[in-house]
Design a protein around this ligand. Sequence first.
Ligand SMILES: NC(=O)c1ccc[n+]([C@@H]2O[C@H](COP(=O)([O-])OP(=O)(O)OC[C@H]3O[C@@H](n4cnc5c(N)ncnc54)[C@H](O)[C@@H]3O)[C@@H](O)[C@H]2O)c1
Length: 254
Amino acid sequence: MAGDLAGRTAIVTGGAQGIGEGAVRALHADGAAVVIADVRVAEGEKLAAVLGERVRFVELDVRDPGDWSRVVTQAESAFGRVNVLVNSAGIAPVAPLVEYGAEAFQHALDVNVVGLFHGITAVVPAMRRAGGGSIINVGSIGGFRAYPLMSGYITSKWAVRGLTKATALELGVDGIRVNAVHPGQTDTPMTDGADFDTAHVALKRVGHPADIAGAVLFLAGDNSRFVTGADLVVDGGDLAGSANWDSVPDQSAE
Ligand SMILES: NC(=O)c1ccc[n+]([C@@H]2O[C@H](COP(=O)([O-])OP(=O)(O)OC[C@H]3O[C@@H](n4cnc5c(N)ncnc54)[C@H](O)[C@@H]3O)[C@@H](O)[C@H]2O)c1
């Protein structure tokens, strides 16, 4: 049975794995045609082959405006229109501040912020032709607080929130909504081997790509038609709690 997104086309960056793959699967299951756009060619092509109909893989480095125009052209020629963009591609360099290096810092900004800017500017003409659209930027709860050893990443994720609001303000007149989804600790290849800390998380578990995909689906479809410029935190209550859980009184005490 066709879902709410039948007849619409979504481009998902970072769609070959992790949170992006979760979004690809959910959008496709809801009826959308999906373009998986990623630097990981083998993984992206494999996922496209598994899902079959209504899915294409196109190689994309989000830092390259030429790649972006190819992705949008191919999406329109394959499926007729572009209605949804999910910017999930991201990197997370980890190192102490003085060892981080300007190159890694710049790399985080280039992929996690400038890559989103290129994507948004590339899809706007196509979304105008389609009569509107929905852009979903994947930020992080690291855009609300800081973590050590991630100076470039944290800086980039705070910037995602600013970019989301600035672009939402300008694009509303075109019927294009721009929102951000901010995952908490999520089990993906990016966090492979990570020492997750869920003691202070309300729901006492890490997230999975399908958890984040629920929020992406909401923002992609018409149920969020009056939502733009918003930050949607999807973290099981991580931000709501205290990272310094040891300082909180024991709730089990009489
Ligand atoms: N996993 C988490 O705990 C978590 C938490 C908060 C936010 N996030 C954010 O969610 C997004 C997805 O993360 P994930 O956990 O799925 O990571 P992941 O590493 O599993 O997947 C990221 C994908 O982005 C692609 N990518 C990287 N650089 C690219 C580039 N230059 N051009 C195109 N594609 C590129 C990778 O090839 C990969 O397929 C990121 O923006 C990340 O910062 C993740």
